[in-house]
Write a protein that binds this ligand. Structure first.
Ligand SMILES: *Cc1c(COP(=O)(O)O)cnc(C)c1O
Length: 454
């Protein structure tokens, strides 16, 4: 059927394993370092924060890791997610390119994040953990982990970045509906939070600060473990169910993407779609372009330094080598809250250094232009984060039009924007501005990167 637009798999075709790109890297990932000794950390160093099964996944070199049946059983609630051809968008653009998107907004929490939230909650439950602490920006990760906690009987405490806590009460309500506790960060509940509030009682917060609070809570209480929604190797690993499904769906479509696009906050939804395709290439398959799209107001891949840095503001985490704007950098409060992180996943950073993926940055207004155009053609209202991927895909389709090339473009629609309509209202009222970060603050944050000279 040449005019088919929806490529659907059945439950039995949910992948049975996750794909670990570490096995296929042409050059190994630089090690994670202990902030005190500056020596590579061992599994034992991470034990206060994570269950051992996840630590072993973090450092694994195995190409495939089996997905336990109870996790696949939960994935069946919304997976496999559809691959959809955006024919109406293609027509509106008048492009010879074919545009496909993988729609992760069909999950209960409305984004790709439950793919890892469910896995992390299950491994914690298996180790007898009763409580998880975490951070959330816009609230998508917090609601995903709250949902997973509800399924497995784990208490979840979410530190939500203050600016989002105030601007997006509905995400907080969703987190509470799933039974988790939601606290505005910086808070008075942790030393890290109190230290920030002492300096700035009106601090808007940042993901870096919220991570410090959640990590501190887990580090101080043996009954609590910590859970992170992006950046880490095991999080990117869990997201690869999506790209593996997409490979099968392209077989159904009788097509094959030339360009794969995702938005990048910490890098997990982009990696989940891109890595299985990139793995085929690293093992001798077809060469494709992979494009990571980030906000121009928080441009870690395009403007950051590739250096060892902390994952959080209070410097409680180990040092990882990544593209970073500096752990003390506080990005302006633009609407794609899920993309306001100072660093980028070490794996994504490494692949960018190796020239295997490209990166570009867009300001928010042009992303909302793209999101609205997409909604009017395809019906789905993208999350503000996902509008970055839409902008990237539309620009590639317009390039194909100029060059007269019928390429196949695939992008990840990482989530819907039903809880983000306040941002759309601001856009329609002409109140959305392109925010610029303070160059002086960026320079200061980068000057403060930890020194590795022994
Ligand atoms: C959290 C989030 C992102 C950004 O996080 P990544 O780890 O880079 O994927 C992107 N899109 C949506 C819808 C999100 O919820």
């Amino acid at each position: 059927m040449s005019d088919q637009i929806k490529f659907v798999l059945d439950e039995t075709q949910i992948p049975k394993s996750w794909y670990n790109i570490a096995a296929d890297l042409p050059k190994p990932l630089p090690p994670v370092l202990h902030p005190g000794t500056k020596q590579p950390v061992g599994p034992a160093d991470l034990e206060p924060l994570f269950p051992m099964a996840l630590i072993l996944q973090e450092v694994s070199a195995e190409r495939t890791i089996d997905i336990p049946e109870p996790i696949r059983d939960v994935y069946r609630m919304w997976r496999p997610t559809p691959l959809i051809r955006a024919r109406r968008l293609e027509q509106a653009l008048g492009t010879p390119a074919k545009i496909y998107f993988k729609y992760e907004g069909v999950s209960p929490a409305g984004s790709h994040k439950p793919n890892t939230a469910v896995a992390q909650a299950w491994y914690n439950k298996e180790q007898g953990v009763k409580r998880l602490s975490t951070e959330t920006g816009a609230g998508q990760w917090g609601s995903a982990l709250a949902f997973a906690g509800a399924l497995f009987g784990i208490d979840v405490t979410v530190f939500q970045v203050r600016v989002s806590y105030d601007q997006k009460p509905y995400r907080r309500a969703l987190i509470e509906t799933y039974g988790a506790r939601c606290i505005a960060s910086p808070s008075k509940e942790t030393e890290s939070g109190r230290a920030i509030l002492a300096k700035d009682p009106n601090s808007p917060g940042s993901l870096g600060i919220a991570i410090s609070e959640a990590v501190e809570m887990a580090a101080k209480d043996p009954a609590v473990k910590y859970s992170l929604g992006s950046v880490l190797n095991h999080v990117l690993l869990h997201q690869t169910v999506n790209g593996q499904e997409a490979i099968k769906q392209f077989e159904l479509a009788g097509d094959d993407p030339d360009v794969v696009i995702g938005c990048t906050g910490g890098g997990s939804n982009f990696s989940g779609l891109a890595f299985p395709f990139l793995g085929l290439q690293l093992r001798g398959g077809k060469k494709r372009r992979f494009i990571a799209v980030e906000p121009a107001a928080c441009p870690s891949l395009t403007r950051g330094k590739y250096a060892y840095d902390f994952g959080d503001t209070a410097h409680l985490t180990p040092l990882v080598k990544m593209h970073t704007l500096g752990s003390t950098f506080i990005p302006p409060g633009f609407h794609a809250g899920g993309l306001r992180y100072h660093g980028m996943a070490p794996l994504v950073s490494h692949l960018h250094e190796l020239g295997l993926i490209e990166a570009r940055a867009y300001h928010q207004k042009t992303c909302f232009d793209a999101g609205v155009q997409f909604a009017r053609c395809e019906g789905i209202v993208p999350a503000p984060e996902a509008t970055h991927a839409v902008r990237g895909a539309i620009d590639e389709a317009l390039r194909c039009k100029r060059e007269g090339r019928a390429e196949t473009i695939l992008f990840n629609m990482s989530g819907h924007g039903h809880f983000d309509m306040a941002a759309y209202i601001a856009y329609f009222e002409g109140k959305l501005i392109d925010q610029h970060y303070d160059e002086g603050e960026l320079a200061m944050a980068l000057a403060g990167l930890p020194s590795l000279a022994a």
